[in-house]
Design a protein around this ligand. Sequence first.
Ligand code: NA7
Length: 541
Amino acid sequence: MTASSHSTVRQCDAVVVGAGIAGLYQMHRLRELGLSVQGIEAGTNVGGTWYWNRYPGARLDSQSELYQYWFSKELYESVPLSERFLAQPELEKWLQGVADKLDLKKSYQFSTRVEAAIFNDETGRWLVKTDQGDQIDCKYFVSCAGMLSAPMSNLFKGQETFKGKLFHTARWPKEEIDFSGKKVGVIGIGATGIQVIQSVAPLAGHLKVFVRTPQYTIRMNNPQYTEADRQKFHQEFETNKALVNTTFSGFQYDFENGSWHDATPEERQQVYEKLWSEGTLKLWLAAYFEVFVEQEANDDISEFVRNKLRARLNHDPELCDLLVPKDYGFATHRVPLENGYLEAFLRPNVTGVAVKENPIVEVVPEGIKLQDGTVHELDMLILATGFDAGTGALTRIDIRGRGGRKLADDWGRDIRTTMGLQVHGYPNLFTVGAPLAPSAALCNMTTCLQQQAGWIADAIAHLESKGLHTMEPSAEKEDEWVRHHDEIANATLLTKTDSWYMGSNIPGKPRRLLSYAGGVNVYKQACDEAKASGYPGFNLA
Ligand code: NA7
């Protein structure tokens, strides 16, 4: 794309935003339909999450052999499955390889951000505008911009005054950072902060971790895979491809220990111990279903995990007080895997600073200032402070639907979608990784993203084959899905805990469980049924 072409309006069938896992697959599927598709990506290259999140220790919590594309066995077999939980550099390389094999990069314009997308009521088409001055007129506007891609990077007063280096984990520089001898601060102990802390602790002169809400974690077991393991995964390709769509969490396993109530206390402990020792997300996503919905079952497993955490902290009372959760239950928000996160706090060069009662008030040139006036001096500050999840990627774009309605205003009042795939009032806007579909929270992301991008490709194929122009869920259809979503969400304990799952990390964000909690399998059935019965409740025109 050259600057001279910017003043004119280009035409294409579809604009796909994002070149991550979802965007690449969406691009592939839409191109297969013979459509002209323009991809727009803010990064300089493909990779999405695995392009942006290149902080030290960035790694999967999903098993590598299941965090995959399933549309090509050949592609699957070309992935170097070197260990159970692949790290960011390999994942970025993998997506580069996928894009090269499918020749997808030529369809993308990189280093470009979509700033606005405006629906024209008369033509029934979208005008997409970018920060590079592009104007693209298209029939379908498809967002694969990511569920966790809008970073909370400008959180603290005075950040710009900091004399040292300041990074948000999701905007990590490509060059190597030297931590040796440095006083490093980390804010945030979510899945991201935990990976940073365990990786930077051995490298930094001194590491200060500012802890607000302690985390339940599971110790990761990350064996190197052998050639025999890879052969086995290749043989299991068809089985796993089918299985991941039939389970609650999009992995190949499901709740397989019967009812929590039918088990004796000893049997439950055996189940927890067995799953704990596996060192995967199974303890969270496949122990007992009751853990998600019944306080008694949740209390039981929570105490099991707390005991594991206390033992790892050598029962040090101060560290246990700082790092072992007390006032919310295990499994009610994202449970990260880790490998040495807790042990990092036993090192002489690591200090945990409690900031719940004595919060951070601002960043000052020397470091971080707390409410009581204490200043913690730092050379580097790492913000592992998370994202405006689900909605942020879309509300940061000026999206205008029918009659000029603005998505940021609509979602500022109430976060609603139809199956996470479309929004009433925004014809031909299709979304992957948007609120009210299963997503990062409770799902193996590749499973969910492929389901959603696949459904969108099928819906667009349907419109094209019937010579139709627009598709939009009716208000009633959307009400029905939101009601169904809320009914399930409110029956779980997830809605009782504050975290990005509920949008509560963003002041003023309407409270709703962002991820669909009815199960990946149930969601898939609903999507399949909608397609098989000709999209009832969607207005096709
Ligand atoms: P998360 O899970 O949202 O974690 C953000 C962390 O930042 C969390 O520990 C927050 O504490 C902390 N935070 C945010 N603001 C502050 C202030 N003002 N003071 C102290 N601490 C603060 O983000 P992640 O990037 O770790 O993970 C997001 C998802 O990305 C993850 O679940 C994966 O699926 C990938 P809080 O808990 O709010 O007290």
